[in-house]
Write a protein that binds this ligand. Structure first.
Ligand SMILES: *[C@@H]1O[C@H](CO)[C@@H](O)[C@H](O)[C@H]1NC(C)=O
Ligand SMILES: *[C@@H]1O[C@H](CO)[C@@H](O)[C@H](O)[C@H]1NC(C)=O
Ligand SMILES: *[C@@H]1O[C@H](CO)[C@@H](O)[C@H](O)[C@H]1NC(C)=O
Ligand SMILES: *[C@@H]1O[C@H](CO)[C@@H](O)[C@H](O)[C@H]1NC(C)=O
Length: 303
């Protein structure tokens, strides 16, 4: 109850602080995204024969909406601050789309996309969805500040008659710290992962893209690795030392108690197998965690 009351008080305080700040600041500052607000993804239009980017009459790069997803009937959209899996199936890979996929997968040209750093004014947004944007329409100053690039590193292999595309992708989006610029995107990227065998694509197939979207509240990445090679904490060091000591002790006991008497008995076959087995046992204990995190990797790496 008290916690909720303090939350309400804090919210109210934030609200009035924001109000005061807004009153002081001139109105030129565009508002940021609200949590859950849709963010349109647009990509560089490329020629089908060479994969080269297309520019308009004024020499500006021409961005067009991302492929239309069959699930929504609209081009791909991210939701500000919302971590979710988005299915975006391209219903029908026609001849031009297939050739573009070939360029992307073969690294002849990147799938260069971008998202508005802050919500676009309604006029620009309309264009974004209708015929692609010209870069200088909204007169908001430097373009690099209006859009944040999002390169989609789509991977796969090119065969004679078909393509293999890794259709599962991770999407990482960094927001600028709320205290600095609320509702503002700072950086974004997307890349294929080989979670399951790549999808085989010929002209006329559908392409089931699966995006896993994750958001970060600032531009630093949290550490995600806890096994071997991750943070070397004091407890890890102590754990390693103890298990190394323990396995050495087991080795020694084994050698003295079992192996040595056996060898003394039978002078002939002098095998080191027992000792090796003991040593490996200790290794296995010390690396229990590490093996766990590598396990999935090994399985996922099937061709
Ligand atoms: C992309 O460029 C091609 C070639 O100029 C053009 O035919 C096509 O309409 C453009 N795509 C969109 C969605 O504007
Ligand atoms: C996306 O498609 C997969 C099947 O490919 C399905 O298992 C999953 O539930 C779908 N996810 C969403 C969010 O629709
Ligand atoms: C795409 O949507 C249409 C209509 O909703 C449906 O008939 C078609 O089977 C869908 N295609 C795929 C690949 O899911
Ligand atoms: C960035 O955000 C993370 C939460 O994901 C937080 O733990 C970290 O302290 C933040 N870093 C900075 C520099 O604010």
């Amino acid at each position: 109850m008290a916690a909720r009351l303090s939350l309400v008080l804090r919210l109210a305080l934030t609200f009035f602080t924001a109000l005061a700040a807004a009153a002081q600041e001139p109105l030129i500052q565009t508002p940021g995204y609200r949590v859950g607000q849709a963010i349109p993804v647009s990509c560089l239009n490329r020629t089908v024969d060479t994969g080269e980017h297309i520019t308009d009459e004024s020499g500006q790069l021409s961005y067009i909406p991302f492929f239309t997803c069959n699930e929504t009937g609209r081009p791909l959209e991210l939701l500000f601050g919302v971590e979710k899996d988005i299915n975006c199936t391209l219903d029908f890979i026609d001849d031009p789309a297939f050739h573009l996929l070939e360029f992307y997968v073969h690294n002849d040209a990147p799938l260069t996309c971008r998202i508005p750093t802050k919500p676009l004014p309604p006029s620009a947004l309309k264009e974004e969805f209708e015929q692609g944007t010209k870069d200088d329409t909204d007169g908001q100053g430097a373009l690099s500040e209006v859009y944040t690039p999002m390169i989609v590193a789509l991977t796969g292999t090119l065969q004679l008659s078909h393509l293999h595309v890794s259709t599962s992708l991770n999407v990482l989006v960094h927001a600028a710290p709320k205290s600095v610029a609320p509702g503002t995107i700072a950086a974004a990227t997307a890349y294929s992962i080989t979670r399951e065998p790549p999808t085989r694509i010929v002209i006329g197939d559908s392409l089931p893209l699966r995006f896993s979207v994750r958001w970060y509240p600032n531009t630093s990445l949290p550490s995600g690795w806890t096994g071997v090679g991750g943070h070397l904490t004091f407890s890890t060091v102590v754990y390693c030392l103890i298990s190394a000591g323990a396995s050495a002790a087991i080795c020694l006991a084994y050698f003295r108690g079992i192996e040595l008497p056996r060898r003394l008995k039978s002078h002939g076959k002098d095998r080191l197998g027992g000792m090796e087995r003991g040593g490996l046992g200790g290794y296995g204990i010390a690396n229990g965690n590490g093996n766990g995190s590598y396990g999935g990797y090994g399985v996922g790496k099937r061709d």
